[in-house]
Design a protein around this ligand. Structure first.
Ligand SMILES: Cc1cc2nc3c(=O)[nH]c(=O)nc-3n(C[C@H](O)[C@H](O)[C@H](O)COP(=O)(O)OP(=O)(O)OC[C@H]3O[C@@H](n4cnc5c(N)ncnc54)[C@H](O)[C@@H]3O)c2cc1C
Length: 403
């Protein structure tokens, strides 16, 4: 329900941040009958979401550490939601998402890489995750454009991809059709608390005006640690991890690669129209966003070693984005230390993959649904800050999570 007040309309839920997470959360919350206002300081998709390659890759992304093992469940569950999510958005908006079911190949080019892939295979088997070992001839049968020197490959047939830019367009359109109130180019908004400093009342806009809401969701990506208005104890340890990525086009059209291909330090993701995304660097440079000659050189060198035909591609864009990193690389989803404030950020390398699940989890929190066990992994309190106060300390916020 939207009600008018002297400082503007008051809504049930105010979502800050118009990346894939904020848009997906706003849409699902509105579908559950809540009135929703979505605020973006720039344009929708201005952050990491429009830069991302769009791999939906829980199997190839899983790594050898506890946190990653825990996030595998998140990734697998969200990957399972993606097909229906894309179909629903497509039906509602008529916008395709470039959803591709072709799978992913992890490729080893030398003996070291091959040993590493064998370890990866054993690890995935221990997790019960599907990945098939392929001899070089089998890998090249699937993807003839691979270098003849390929030593070994793993096929993750269930790791798919989407075009994030199309997904953002479809989500923005779905939000609009569903009646989400949307404002772009707002400038930075800050959290506004009640007089006691415990409960959120809405947000303060860059021009000083207030937007009131019963609950506020912060879907502010890599800027999660920079939100003004919070008590120190309610802040979260989110940091930007810079990624450079290249967009290329094969002048011969689509077909050189069918699957996404990953090697050491590089991946190549095909789109339907003969375009390819080639990524990505991982750099700890704060909020710096410059594309560098070294970054572009290394990506092209590594990709060319994997798929020599890349040399014929036309280079269309170099893009740079900031992944929202957390100390354990798992996202922050759930209630914060302030009543009525919910975090939905810190999705690091997997925000596109995790968007459908995050939207479900957050709208469950907003509407007071029973706590989903997966929220434990994402508890914003797990790093020892964000300790809840007041009566809202139960609900989505669970205890007993590694700190
Ligand atoms: C090179 C690269 C490749 C990637 N590839 C993949 C991939 O293949 N698969 C995958 O799943 N993920 C991938 N990712 C990760 C993915 O892009 C992110 O996890 C995801 O986009 C995070 O979405 P978000 O909505 O949380 O953040 P963002 O898209 O960054 O959106 C946050 C928004 O909040 C706004 N904002 C911030 N602060 C404020 C404020 N105070 N007031 C108002 N607005 C504010 C920002 O302007 C921004 O638009 C990749 C990332 C990079 C950089």
């Amino acid at each position: 329900m939207v009600s008018e007040s002297h400082s503007g309309p008051s809504v049930d839920v105010l979502v800050v941040g118009g990346g894939i997470i904020g848009l997906a959360v706003a849409w699902r919350a509105r579908q559950r009958g809540l009135s929703v206002l979505l605020l973006e300081r720039d344009r929708f998709g201005a952050g990491a979401s429009s830069v991302a390659a769009g791999m939906l890759a829980p199997v190839t992304e899983v790594e050898f550490d506890q946190a990653r093992r825990r996030t595998l469940d998140l990734g697998l569950r969200s990957a399972a939601l993606w097909s229906a999510f894309a179909a629903e958005l497509g039906e509602l908006t008529g916008v395709g998402m470039g959803y591709r079911h072709a799978g992913t190949l992890m490729v080893a080019r030398d003996a070291d890489d091959a040993r590493e892939l064998e370890r990866q295979l054993v690890f995935r088997e221990s997790l019960g995750v599907k990945a098939r070992r392929l001899l070089p001839s089998q890998a090249r049968e699937l993807e003839p454009a691979l270098t003849p020197t390929v030593r070994l490959a793993l096929e993750a047939a269930d790791d798919h991809s989407v075009n994030p830019q199309q997904a953002l367009g479809a989500l923005a359109s779905a939000c609009e059709r569903a009646g989400v109130l949307m404002e772009q180019h707002t400038g930075d908004v800050a959290v506004a608390l009640d007089a006691a400093g415990d409960r959120v009342e809405g947000v303060r806009m860059a021009n000083g005006s207030m937007r009131r809401a019963g609950q506020v969701v912060l879907a502010t990506g890599a800027w999660g640690g920079m939100i003004a208005g919070l008590r120190d104890s309610a802040s979260v340890p989110v940091r930007p991890v810079k990624g450079q990525i290249l967009r290329l086009r094969d002048p011969a059209g689509p077909g050189l690669l069918t699957r996404a291909v990953r090697g050491r330090g590089v991946y190549i993701v095909p789109r339907d129209d003969g375009r390819y995304v080639l990524g990505a660097t991982m750099e700890e440079r704060g909020f710096e966003l410059n594309a560098t000659a070294g970054g572009v050189y290394e990506l092209l060198r590594d990709a060319h070693e994997l798929v020599p035909g890349v040399a014929e591609f036309h280079l269309e864009h170099v893009c740079v984005g900031l992944r929202p990193g957390t100390p354990d690389n798992a996202p922050l989803i759930g209630r914060s230390a302030h009543g009525g404030l919910i975090w939905a950020c810190g999705h690091f390398r997997n925000g596109i993959l995790l968007a459908p699940l995050t939207a479900e989890l957050v709208s469950g929190v907003l509407t007071g649904q029973p706590v989903d066990p997966l929220l434990e992994v994402c508890d914003p309190a797990r790093f020892g800050v964000n300790t809840p106060t007041g009566s809202e300390s139960s609900g989505a916020l669970l205890t007993g999570v590694a700190r």
